[in-house]
Design a protein. Sequence first.
Length: 81
Amino acid sequence: MSKRVLIEIQPYSDKCGDAKKPWGFYPSKSSICKMVTFPENSYEDLPPGSRVWAEIEEKGSKIYGRPISVNGKPYLDKRNQ
């Protein structure tokens, strides 16, 4: 089951997995925060500091996000064009 959350994209870091994937945290009832990663192809569209409304889906211990809007503007996925 997916849900929508607001995430602030964090600076890229090799410490948190693949540095080419945008990532951020969202608050969670089960812990202080959880890490969400976005598709690698969204790297240029989601610079650090962006505020992203995203649909997230948990798959095992990982959480994947699909951007819906970035800084108040609808997100256009360039893969589907």
